[in-house]
Design a protein around this ligand. Structure first.
Ligand code: SAH
Length: 200
């Protein structure tokens, strides 16, 4: 998976490649899909949600330029896979999930797998996690029509935020925001397809 789907497509960051090699993706998908866990596509995780394609997880992680002292926020825990990949690299990952059942399942899974540097919570990620802000990195793994303002505010200086932006159930654009001296720089990266961002 790492060689053919990720490295050969241009992801070069060694921290990302090694994190993608370490995290046991088959333990993040429903049992019936375990044999397909390393395939080149997203998979259903129940409740109408999906775990992203391995390449998309690696690419989004790479554009965040993660470092080992950093604090990250993820919106859309889902299976917990993206959180685990980040947690292999950064110091702490805070992650929020809006579907209570998924929030519970993923936090139990991450605990069982021994990820002590991931802090999970159930709630509406639109609001971010003000008590823990600012964050060096923010990753949103559901497609939003607009970039939530609270997340921009909770980004630290020199912080990076990656988010799919666009209409639900359509092709969205992956956007990278960087905060420099309090100013926001915006880059359009590529086209992606994510499940919709919801509100409570
Ligand atoms: N990162 C996940 C992918 C999950 S799919 C993984 O690695 O498996 C996107 C997830 O975002 C879904 O679980 C969905 O319920 C969640 N989501 C959608 N809107 C949200 C919101 N406002 N706050 C938190 N989670 C949200």
């Amino acid at each position: 998976m790492v060689r053919n789907q990720i490295r050969d497509r241009g992801v070069t960051n060694n921290k990302v490649l090694s994190a993608m090699s370490k995290v046991p993706r088959h333990l993040f998908v429903p049992k019936d899909y375990a044999d397909k866990a390393y395939n080149d596509n997203p998979l259903p995780i129940g409740y109408g949600q999906t775990i992203s394609q391995p390449y998309v997880v690696a690419y989004m992680t790479e554009v965040l330029k993660p470092g080992n002292m950093m604090k990250a926020l993820e919106i859309g825990t889902g299976s917990g896979y993206q959180a685990a990949v980040l947690a292999e690299i950064v110091d702490k990952v805070y992650t929020i999930e809006i579907i209570p059942e998924l929030a519970k399942e993923s936090s139990e899974r991450l605990k069982k797998l021994g990820y002590k540097n991931i802090i999970c919570k159930y709630g509406d990620g639109y609001l971010g996690w003000p008590e823990q802000a600012p964050f060096d990195l923010i990753i949103v793994t559901a497609a939003a029509e607009n970039i939530p303002q609270p997340l921009i505010e909770q980004l630290s200086d020199n912080g990076r935020l990656v988010i799919p932006v666009g209409a639900p159930h359509a092709i969205q654009e992956l956007i990278l925001l960087e905060k420099k001296d309090g100013k926001i720089e915006k880059k359009r990266l590529t086209f992606v397809r994510f499940v919709p961002f919801k509100r409570l």
